[in-house]
Design a binder for this molecule. Structure first.
Ligand code: SUG
Length: 439
């Protein structure tokens, strides 16, 4: 069966701000309290989508979630009108207000884990919304994310949308950021690599490890994957404690190629061995391991070299890496990329994109997209208006230019008119995407 990879990017919402909310995410901590520019952030994201569309790829988008999240503030005991709730929260619980306002759903690599129909027992495309239970601001996303996924992938002859796993540390799940699908071609059966940071019940010192093995196993079972085609590998504690809070900060893969840092996995040899066994008869795994001697782990994490999109581009014989411009600004990663493309390995080109507003919260090009491998019939069966054209990107950018602020400081969240502004902006975006039902 032929299939394409459709990237569903998160449309960056009007509340994009630097809340310093994610322990273990060095960029989020470093930039906490800075003034953000939501308009520039959203325009950067949309330009990245345009770049991929122009390269001949199918590009989708997921709308921002409603923010502020009043349910959270009400759960925390605030009551009255929306304005009263914000006023009280600003005075008594400013951190909680930041959490309620977080635009973190932009990082759609954490929205869900996706298994294409070629891999599943019932021949449907399966998506499980991530519970994101480790960080409070992210744990709020899954009910609305599930609603968005149901609105887009509602046809149950083709799609199965699963609700998030139970909200407990033993089931902690961060979605596709800890999942890599490898295959000969997108439409062929593949091998799914699930990367976890700890076992259920295990508590370890250091930065939080956000993915529990039980969550990965539950998703593999729930999606009906063939047991021999799922591989579970442990992320190294060294990587987590150096700031790789998701595996996609140190690893990316597509088709038959896995591109990763030497320190990504607890046991690299065993991981590769298991991947080779699982892919036996399907494809020959190509592994591109970047040694610490060439790119120190610290540079890989600062530049986000591996948080790039690795793409099969129509008309290109080798894979294309769409990397953040920070990779170009970092000596070791720039030099590595030059050597990479001049060699004869599977990656033939590196393109750079500017997503600096998102990067300052620890979200690179790969965080901003959810990969969904789809057949033509599945593409035809999903909600069409989220599949982008140049005109639709123009229309979304027009909304962003008129309805988004270009400056958002922490104290602005207390501004009583801001919540109304955000609702109006989101409704205008939903209008363009013909998703008014989510308003
Ligand atoms: O979960 N940052 C996100 C970044 C997610 C990146 N995603 C992937 N690697 N796939 C996170 O840590 C920071 C928000 C703040 O501090 O305001 C934040 O949530």
């Amino acid at each position: 069966m032929s299939a394409r990879e459709v990237n569903f990017d998160g449309l960056i919402g009007p509340t994009h701000n630097y809340g310093g909310l994610s322990d273990g995410n060095l960029a989020s901590s470093r930039n906490a309290g800075d003034v953000s520019n939501p308009r520039e952030a959203a325009l950067q994201g949309l330009e990245k989508m345009r770049t991929l569309l122009r390269a001949g790829l199918t590009q989708g988008v997921l709308p921002p979630l409603p923010r502020p999240n009043f349910d959270l503030l009400v759960s925390a005991g605030f009551s009255g009108s929306d304005r009263q709730i914000i006023e009280q929260a600003a005075a008594q619980a400013p951190r909680l207000l930041k959490i309620a306002y977080s635009a973190s759903s932009m990082w759609t690599a954490n929205a869900a884990t996706v298994s294409p129909s070629a891999d599943t027992q019932d021949g449907r495309l399966h998506l499980t919304a991530a519970n994101l239970s480790t960080m409070l601001h992210r744990s709020l996303e899954h009910p609305d994310t599930t609603a968005s996924l149901q609105a887009i992938f509602g046809d149950d002859r083709h799609f199965a949308v699963h609700a998030a796993l139970p909200m407990h540390a033993d089931f902690a799940d961060e979605g596709a950021a800890n999942h890599v699908r490898l295959c000969a071609t997108h439409g062929a059966p593949g091998v799914e690599l699930f990367v976890y940071g700890r076992d259920a019940g295990e508590s370890i010192a250091g930065y939080p490890s956000r993915q529990a093995r039980l969550a990965s196993e539950s998703i593999s079972r729930g999606h009906g994957l063939a047991p021999g085609r799922s591989v579970f590998a442990r992320q190294s504690a060294e990587a987590i404690n150096a700031g790789a809070f998701h595996n996609d900060v140190v690893c990316v893969g597509t088709a038959d190629t896995l591109f990763f840092h030497e320190a990504a996995f607890e046991d690299t040899a065993a991981t590769l061995d298991r991947l080779r066994k699982a892919s036996d008869g399907l494809f020959d795994l190509k592994s591109v391991m970047v040694p610490a001697a060439e790119v120190p782990l610290e540079d890989a994490i600062r530049s986000y070299l591996f948080n790039s999109q690795l793409l099969v581009v129509p008309g290109e014989s080798r894979l294309v890496l769409v990397a953040p411009s920070e990779v170009q600004d970092t000596e070791s990663t720039r030099a590595y990329c030059e050597r990479l493309i001049s060699g004869n390995g599977p990656i033939g080109r590196v393109d750079y994109v500017d997503v600096r507003q998102s990067m300052r919260n620890g979200g690179g090009p790969a965080c901003l997209r959810l990969r969904v491998v789809m057949t033509d019939a599945e593409i035809a069966a999903c909600h069409q208006a989220v599949l982008l054209t140049e005109d639709r990107i123009d229309a979304l950018q027009a909304v962003v230019r008129t309805a988004y602020r270009d400056r958002l400081a922490p104290e602005d969240l207390a501004d009583l008119s801001f919540a109304d502004e955000c609702r109006i902006a989101r409704e205008a975006l939903l209008d363009v995407l013909e998703l008014e039902e989510l308003a």
